[in-house]
Ligand binder design. Structure first.
Ligand SMILES: O=c1nc2n(C[C@H](O)[C@H](O)[C@H](O)CO)c3cc(O)ccc3cc-2c(=O)[nH]1
Length: 318
């Protein structure tokens, strides 16, 4: 079975671990969000691609869900001693090596998709990891700070400001001019099923869908598209997705997120058992819906979620 998964960072990566356990023989292609990418200290950092790569490759810091295990921060401390910032973004020494290799290869003329493939040679994530695009797309968030409206990079909003101010708008800068990376449209055309993990619907999956051609390719694939709600009991399971949803005028409920994707895109939607009352609303919107446990507490629970998603895909296919 060929499965294509659109993924952000932590939620997407952990779901993929469960999916691999649930479908060990499946051929899995991951289309990763690169709107979170940031240039720091002359280096290109791709947090979501790296989170997927490290998580599936066994190098992730399990507690925080991003960055490397057994990490040290000597380079960061040295940079700080030179007064060179920003110091609000935690790049560790081991992680720095990934960004140096990536930046060196990009400088030599390799596209991000080829660089990602090369990095995955080391990590062997057991999936084909593709950036959504080789073109630069950068998510910016409009905020009001000290009475002034300005746009900040997504990472500045997420990490430095901790989403403490309202997001007035979220813009994937460059998305309109971007093209899907090599392999993305082909993977979608050959897919048997497309899954949306419980990733952020605005800044993760929403950004992947903002690359012209990807949304259309999913619709044209004519295969079941099934998503898992990142909202449980009216709050994000992780992260600050509520702030992002408010910015685009979508309520923080499992049903509202399904309706935001819409029946033109989604065939099936899983909500948590705590949100059973959402099932009727989602089904009324033309999307098949089931309530099942959606907390990724451990590998078994996550694999069970993946099995439910694949079962729902078969149900809508029939
Ligand atoms: O909350 C944080 N998240 C950090 N993240 C996670 C990241 O900001 C976001 O969680 C994702 O971009 C959202 O998917 C990092 C991810 C990386 O790959 C590399 C470095 C960081 C650094 C931080 C950090 O300092 N604080």
């Amino acid at each position: 079975m060929r499965i294509v998964v659109l993924a952000g960072g932590i939620g997407g990566a952990r779901f993929l671990r469960g999916l691999k356990a649930a479908a060990p023989d499946a051929d899995i292609t991951v289309i990763g969000n690169t709107g979170d990418d940031i240039h720091l200290f002359g280096l290109k950092v791709c947090p979501d691609l790296d989170t997927v790569m490290y998580t599936l490759g066994g190098g992730i810091n399990e507690e925080q869900g991003w960055g490397r295990t057994d990490e040290t921060f000597q380079v960061k401390d040295e940079l700080k001693a030179y007064g060179v910032g920003p110091d609000w973004f935690g790049l560790g020494d081991r992680d720095f090596a990934t960004h140096i290799v990536r930046t060196q290869m990009l400088g030599a003329g390799y596209p991000l998709s080829a660089v990602t493939e090369a990095l995955c040679e080391r990590w062997q994530p057991g999936v084909r990891l593709l950036p959504m695009s080789d073109d630069r797309v950068e998510t910016h968030v409009a905020v009001e700070l000290d009475g002034e409206r300005r746009a900040v990079h997504f990472q500045e909003y997420w990490v430095r400001l901790r989403a403490s101010v309202d997001a007035l708008a979220v813009v994937p800068v460059g998305a309109e001019q971007s093209k899907p990376a090599p392999g993305v449209l082909e993977a979608l055309a050959e897919a048997d099923v497309v899954l949306f993990p419980p990733s952020n619907p605005v800044v993760s999956i929403g950004t992947v869908l903002a690359v012209p051609g990807i949304r259309e390719a999913i619709a044209e694939a004519g295969v079941p598209v099934v998503g898992l709600s990142p909202i449980v009991g009216g709050a994000p399971v992780r992260g600050m997705a509520d702030k992002m949803l408010s910015a685009i005028g979508v309520e923080t409920t499992a049903a509202a997120v399904a309706e935001h994707y819409g029946s033109g895109l989604l065939d099936g939607w899983l909500v948590d058992s705590a949100d059973t009352e959402a099932v009727a609303e989602v089904e009324a919107a033309g999307i098949r819906c089931r309530a099942v446990p959606l907390m990724m507490t451990d590998l078994d629970a996550t694999a069970a979620m993946a099995r439910e998603a694949l079962a729902l895909a078969e149900e809508v296919r029939a």
